[in-house]
Design a protein around this ligand. Structure first.
Ligand code: C6P
Length: 425
């Protein structure tokens, strides 16, 4: 085994230089899981919005962590504990660089987007939202950006307001603006919708909320795998994402928060590491970010997430966005040729997602027939039931694209959909 290069504590690692050009076959070689048959066909994985596959660099980093560095962090003075701590804190700095956050202490490691949003609702929300106040979300949210706010509103006797979307699946900006009022205490919306693929004009939405001094949480779960995100330029107050959708491991996610807000928020959970001193009379909480990271965190997850970020940085997020855009346009044209197919989500700004229904065919049947052809798509409500209600359907079939997908795979999808037509024709 070769020695692992170590980085000093206080150094934000420079992102790896992007490799020019985009060679999808070379990229695919980095994903061992893609090289397998499914039901006698070469697997076509188009369920990336649910969870993305992991490049070998991520798998190797996790294995290397457990083989070389594993110990509990922030607790030991011994060699391995210091090294594990260094790995974990370096991962935090890599996330800081990835999101362009001002400080590493503004990066809180959590389990997932879901946990990040619950953290904000239960800490910031509980302090700032009171009886008769309002929380504003949009009609395209994932359940994890609805239910935490509902729980808060129920507890506080506050009101959940919902900004509507149009028939294309785009937020109606005037209606969003009209719902921002003196009782609105926080606004939360997705950067990219998982059910529709709509890319929201987040900078504009944030400016409108800030004009009324209302803080904004952005659910970035479906954005960070597909585009460069700069939280300082966006000026969002909170930004949440999950590692597993962005080629990293499950069990690790990120909440970015502005220091001024995080500092004034109470802790989310109590336990080890989130304190600076404990007595039965009084506990003094630790400083940021540790105040929000109670208990032993997912160290290997953070290491894997770092490897995933460095991997996409090597590919280049702009190159990824351009390639995926080409693939999505190709796929959209292909399915538009199929009679009886209706696309759900036709926003002018879209990323990675192709949700559709077919006359007289239940989406689960579409998914089952495609599966028999070796093609993995997701069917159901995609944890966005209000979106389904808005479009008058119970469910959709959803193909979601990653940078390792190819035009040939899109052709396979189109042929699979033809097969569905034949079966139900
Ligand atoms: N969407 C999908 O198939 P977690 O489960 O915490 O990692 O992510 C939750 C989440 C939050 N916001 C958005 C926009 C999401 O898309 C998701 C997860 C998956 O669409 C699983 S339901």
């Amino acid at each position: 085994m070769t020695a692992v290069a170590r980085l000093p504590w206080d150094h934000v690692p420079a992102p790896p230089a992007a490799v020019p050009g985009f060679d999808v076959e070379r990229v695919r070689a980095d994903f061992p899981i893609l090289k397998q048959p499914a039901h006698g066909h070469q697997l076509v994985y188009l369920d990336n919005a649910a969870t993305a596959q992991k490049p070998k660099a991520v798998l190797d980093a996790i294995l290397r962590y457990y083989e070389h560095d594993n110990a509990n962090i922030h607790r030991g003075v011994h060699y391995l504990s210091e090294r594990a701590t260094q790995e974990y804190e370096t991962a935090r700095k890599v996330v800081q660089g990835f999101l362009h956050a001002g400080r590493a202490s503004e990066i809180i490691f959590v389990r997932s987007t879901t946990e990040a949003i619950n953290l904000v609702a239960q800490t910031y929300g509980r302090v700032h939202v009171g009886r008769g106040d309002e929380v504003l979300i949009t009609a395209m949210e994932h359940h994890s950006n609805i239910v935490p706010w509902q729980l808060l509103c129920e507890e506080k006797e506050a009101k959940l307001r919902v900004a509507p979307i149009n028939d294309e699946g785009e937020l109606i900006l005037e209606e969003f603006e009209a719902l921002l009022g003196s009782r609105t205490k926080i606004v939360a919306f997705s950067h990219v919708s998982n059910a529709l693929g709509t890319v929201n004009p987040v900078a504009q939405l944030i400016r409108r909320a800030h004009a009324r001094n209302i803080p904004v949480l952005v659910d970035g779960a479906q954005a960070v795998p597909h585009m460069a995100v700069n939280v300082e330029d966006l000026d969002c107050d909170f930004y949440a994402f999950s590692g597993h959708k962005m080629y990293g491991p499950t069990g690790i996610g990120v909440l970015y928060g502005k220091t001024a807000l995080l500092d004034r928020m109470p802790p989310y959970q109590g336990g080890g590491d989130m304190i600076s001193s404990v007595s039965f009379e009084k506990t003094i909480y630790n400083k940021l970010p540790h105040k929000f990271e109670a208990g032993t965190p997912d160290m290997a997850g953070a290491v894997g997430l770092r490897a995933a970020i460095e991997y996409v940085q090597r590919l280049g997020l702009d190159a990824i966005a351009a390639y995926e855009h080409e693939l999505l346009s190709y796929a959209t044209e292909k399915v538009a040729e199929i009679p009886e197919l209706r696309l759900i989500g036709t926003a002018s700004q879209k990323a990675a997602v192709l949700s559709f229904v077919m006359n007289g065919v239940h989406p689960h049947d579409i998914g089952t027939i495609l599966d028999q052809e070796g093609i993995a798509v997701r069917t159901g409500h995609h944890c966005a039931q209000p979106v389904m209600q808005r479009f008058g359907v119970d469910a959709t079939a959803r193909a979601s694209i990653a940078f390792y997908n190819t035009k040939e795979e899109i052709d396979r999808l189109a042929a699979g959909i033809e097969k569905v037509r034949e079966v139900f024709g």
